[in-house]
Ligand binder design. Structure first.
Ligand SMILES: [Zn+2]
Length: 329
C-alpha cells in the first residue's frame, strides 16, 4: 500500500495503464502452452527442421565417471533446469528436406513416456508438413524415445509411405524376444523390447523395414556413422548438405549436455557398453569439431542445432543463433 499523499499523478497514470493492460480473464484461464516446438535451419541445399517431443528428467545419480563436485560445478555453470525427478533433458527429432524428399531422423516417444511428451507428429504438422509426405525414417537406435513415434496416437503407423531404416545390430538385440528374457539383460530394459517390436511391426509387415549392416548404403546423400555403446547398433547419420556443408544427426551420444562435452568420459547409466559409448562420443565430437560440421542432437536443449568446438583436451557445445531462412521477407 502507498499512503494517499504520496500518490503522484504519474503513479495514478501508471496504475491506470496497468489496469488497462491487465490480461483478460479468459486469457488467464486458458491452458498454458509454449509456442510450437519447431525450428528450421537452412544448411547448404537442405533444410533441417527440429521437432520437439518434450522433456524427460534424468537423475544426477545416473551420470557416472565423474565425482559429485565435478558434476555440481558443471551443472551449476550451465543453470540446467532441475526438478526432484532430475535434470531437464529434451527429446528432439529432425526432419531433413532435400528438394521434395523428406527424411525424418528418429520419431519421438509417442505414447511410450506418458503425457507431456509425444509431440513430434503435432509439431511436424505445425511446421507445415504432413506425416504422409515423409519418405524415410532413419532410426539412430531402437529405444522408445526414438522409435515409439513410428506409431500414432491410435497405435497405427504414423508414416504410411515411409521406409524405416534401422541398424541390423540394434534389430538383432532389441527386436529379439530371446534377448529380452536373457538372464544378463537388465531388469530396467525389459519393457523396452516390446515397445521396439510394436513400433516397427506395421512397417515390417508392409515390407518397409530396412535393416542395414555397417557400411551398407543408406538413402542418397546420407552416410551412417557407426557409433555403438549406448546400444549395440547405435548409428549417427551424416547428411551431405551440398555447398561444402555437412550435418550430423547423432542420436544418443550426449544425454547431459552441461557435463559430457567438457567431460566426454562421463557416462549415462543406460549406456549398454560404457567404454564403447565414451569412445564413440570422443570420436564423433572430434569429427564434428574438426570438420566444422553442423550437429543435431536428440537430447541437446531444443532445437539442439549448432556446432562443437575443441576446448583444451575436451569439447564445448556451440548452439546455433536464431536465423531467418534464406529468402524470408
Ligand atoms: Zn534417447
Amino acid at each position: 500500500m502507498v499512503p494517499i499523499r504520496f500518490r503522484s499523478r504519474s503513479f495514478i497514470l501508471a496504475s491506470l495503464l496497468l489496469t488497462a493492460t491487465a490480461l483478460p480473464a479468459s486469457a488467464q484461464t486458458a491452458p498454458i502452452r509454449q509456442v510450437p516446438g519447431v525450428y528450421h535451419q537452412a544448411i547448404g541445399e537442405v533444410r533441417v527442421t527440429a521437432l520437439f517431443d518434450g522433456v524427460v528428467p534424468l537423475a544426477r545419480a545416473e551420470l557416472s565417471g565423474i565425482d559429485d563436485a565435478g558434476k555440481q560445478a558443471l551443472l551449476a555453470s550451465r543453470h540446467v533446469p532441475e526438478t526432484p525427478q532430475g535434470l531437464q533433458t529434451a527429446v528432439n527429432a529432425y526432419l531433413v528436406q532435400r528438394g521434395d524428399v523428406l527424411t525424418l531422423v528418429d520419431a519421438g516417444t509417442a505414447r511410450c513416456f506418458g503425457p507431456g511428451l509425444g509431440h513430434v507428429l503435432e509439431n511436424l504438422r505445425s511446421a507445415g508438413y504432413s506425416p504422409e509426405q515423409v519418405d524415410q525414417v532413419l532410426i539412430t537406435h531402437a529405444h522408445p524415445d526414438h522409435l515409439c513415434g513410428l506409431l500414432d496416437g491410435q497405435g497405427h503407423e504414423a508414416f504410411p509411405k515411409a521406409t524405416v531404416w534401422l541398424a541390423r545390430a540394434d534389430a538383432d538385440y532389441w527386436l529379439d524376444p530371446k534377448t529380452e528374457t536373457r538372464a544378463d539383460t537388465r531388469a530396467a530394459f525389459r519393457p523396452l523390447f516390446k515397445m521396439a517390436r510394436d513400433a516397427v511391426a506395421p512397417y515390417q509387415a508392409g515390407g518397409r523395414l530396412r535393416l542395414f549392416a555397417r557400411g551398407e548404403r543408406l538413402p542418397e546423400g546420407v552416410s551412417g556413422l557407426d557409433s555403438p555403446g549406448h546400444t549395440p547398433g547405435h548409428t549417427s547419420f551424416l547428411f551431405d548438405a551440398g555447398a561444402g556443408q555437412q550435418l550430423l544427426v547423432w542420436g544418443d551420444i550426449v544425454h547431459y549436455h552441461a557435463v559430457q562435452f567438457s567431460r566426454p568420459d562421463a557416462s549415462f547409466e543406460a549406456d549398454l557398453d560404457r567404454g564403447l559409448a565414451i569412445a564413440s562420443r570422443r570420436a564423433l565430437m572430434a569429427r564434428v569439431a574438426d570438420g566444422g560440421w553442423w550437429l543435431a542432437g536428440a537430447h541437446l536443449p531444443f532445437p539442439g542445432l549448432g556446432h562443437v568446438r575443441r576446448d583444451d583436451d575436451a569439447f564445448a557445445w556451440v548452439p546455433a543463433e536464431f536465423s531467418p531462412l534464406p529468402g524470408e521477407q
